[in-house]
Design a protein around this ligand. Sequence first.
Ligand SMILES: Cc1cc2nc3c(=O)[nH]c(=O)nc-3n(C[C@H](O)[C@H](O)[C@H](O)COP(=O)(O)OP(=O)(O)OC[C@H]3O[C@@H](n4cnc5c(N)ncnc54)[C@H](O)[C@@H]3O)c2cc1C
Length: 405
Amino acid sequence: MMQSVDIAIIGGGMVGLSLAAAFKDSELRIAVIEAYEPDEVLHELPDTRVSALSRASENILRNLGAWQGIEQRRAAPYQAMEVWEQDSFARIEFNANHLLQQDLGHIVENRVIQLALLEQVKQQSNVALYMSDQCQNMVMGESEAWLTLQSGKSLTAKLVVGADGANSWLRQQQDIPLTHWDYGHSALVANIKTTEPHNGVARQIFTPQGPLAFLPLNDPHMSSIVWSTDPNRADALVKMSAEAFAKNLTVEFDNKLGLCELVGERAAFPLKMRYARDFVTERVALVGDAAHTIHPLAGQGVNLGLLDAASLAEEVLMLWHDGEDIGLKRNLRGYERWRKAEAAKMIAAMQGFKDLFAGNNPAKKLIRGIGMKLAGQLPGAKDEIMKRALGLKGNLPELARAVTK
Ligand SMILES: Cc1cc2nc3c(=O)[nH]c(=O)nc-3n(C[C@H](O)[C@H](O)[C@H](O)COP(=O)(O)OP(=O)(O)OC[C@H]3O[C@@H](n4cnc5c(N)ncnc54)[C@H](O)[C@@H]3O)c2cc1C
């Protein structure tokens, strides 16, 4: 049977589900098509895929009614951040107290975010979920798109949103060109036990090979690491014995939290910058990793994606209330201009950071040291950097600004 909806969202990950949840108080009929149903059972050991959620993301998730579900499952707030460079005086520290904040953000497993959003979306009578299903075909009509799913079901939608991740099926299906480059890094993720407690501090060291982050988890001796390094080295680090890996990690991290011990699995992901040339085409919009991917060195990927979802919802609701066609490209141009500009700024900032910290050139090292020292001492400079990291600067959608309930 053919179902007719206003918006079909392809991909029910963190970003796609946030978009569906953002229509909770509206009359719009939504379909979410997700290839994999997430396992609801959380294990004692946290998943290795985690995100550092900014205050702006927390605001969005609170406004969507998903934050409680996140806290009930598992979330680790962090109160400080420390960044330094290996073998250098370059070092900077941020503290929540200085900004009159309780914390600087939360480290949350991606699956926890997805499950809490799914719980919320399942309560919405205006959302139809197609789990463990995929889009197989899409045909564009005059006033709607026709979708055929792998299960044989079919849908029509006024707007189809690609929230289907870095290798977006929808982006490829629409032949949307991609600007991309290789970061020359793979990111290795793992859970690590340390002899010293992390004290709720998120830490990152820059080495000539790349950044290594220790993100504090609920257990005071457990951290989730993101180790960005040359792909061949990452591959070797994944394959070596757990003992050899732990020794390498302890040395790379300047012994900052004492001896490291690997707990559970390791995995490495090749890192690539992707930027879709168009975020909208006729009856199609892209959000999250489907539109852009960036280096995880500042932990901003999903934060950017949640802002896309909140912004697109804001624009679509405005069009809907004005009686406009929500699928027309010309009506979605505002969303495209807004989010392309924000994504471009973030891509440039990540590249700048990566280039600045690359290599061992003594002159560059001196500049980095002076830069960090100045940023730490100049009145207002540190607060400015922190407000950016909290996600409270820039052109924000209403859902990210303040918590309304
Ligand atoms: C190592 C690493 C560390 C990171 N750390 C951080 C961090 O600390 N903070 C941060 O903000 N970001 C971080 N990121 C980035 C973040 O993980 C991504 O930006 C985020 O996962 C994007 O969410 P998404 O919902 O857009 O895409 P995804 O999480 O990829 O979700 C896409 C969904 O679509 C589904 N799907 C795909 N194709 C189809 C299809 N054809 N039909 C139906 N469903 C489909 C998939 O099953 C999936 O559920 C990190 C990334 C990496 C690689």
